[in-house]
Design a protein around this ligand. Sequence first.
Ligand code: FMN
Length: 189
Amino acid sequence: MAKKDLKPYPALFPNPALLVSCGSLERPNIITIAWSSTACLDPPMLTIAVTPSRYSYNLIVESKDFVVNIAEAGDVDKVDLCGNISGSDRDKFAECGYTPEKSKKVSSPRIRECPINIECYLDRTVHLGTHDLFIGQIVNVAVDEGLMGKDMKPDIGRIDTLVYAMGGYFKLGESIGSYGFSLKKGADR
Ligand SMILES: Cc1cc2nc3c(=O)[nH]c(=O)nc-3n(C[C@H](O)[C@H](O)[C@H](O)COP(=O)(O)O)c2cc1C
């Protein structure tokens, strides 16, 4: 396979297109974030990469928390809008028709209409360059009861998962295996 070497850039894909809520119940904000990652199982941690000039950046630094809300593909227009206007002069909750809801553990509000809300304390900030990495400790995960599977995990087959890749929005495709399936006799999918 012949390869072309490109100038280094963040070529990793796909990423989830997430709605991160921050601020207060009285003055809530939402920022769309695609550069995120699961980081640690115990303690449960995730990261989001945020440019310091974003209005949301200081909201998160000041409150020391944020909420990662999983958006569905049907909300792609809202995800795109929240990533193209600033909460410094626009009320994104109102413009998207979203309801700011009191979170269980953090001061940042969560988005009622999103099926999964991951509440995080800001554990530490790693200054990188154009983006800083916010490392969040996950302190609560709220899941729409209608999505709960038998094993006390969300049944993500019932969520129309939104994916972001190379500047475009996509829906997650079909399931083609589960963790460890290749080790099972007959590779039962
Ligand atoms: C699909 C998408 C993904 C984005 N991902 C990020 C990201 O990972 N980090 C970031 O700092 N900005 C990201 N942005 C840009 C911010 O969402 C955008 O600048 C937003 O308007 C900032 O809002 P705020 O000023 O209210 O904080 C993304 C935008 C879009 C549309």
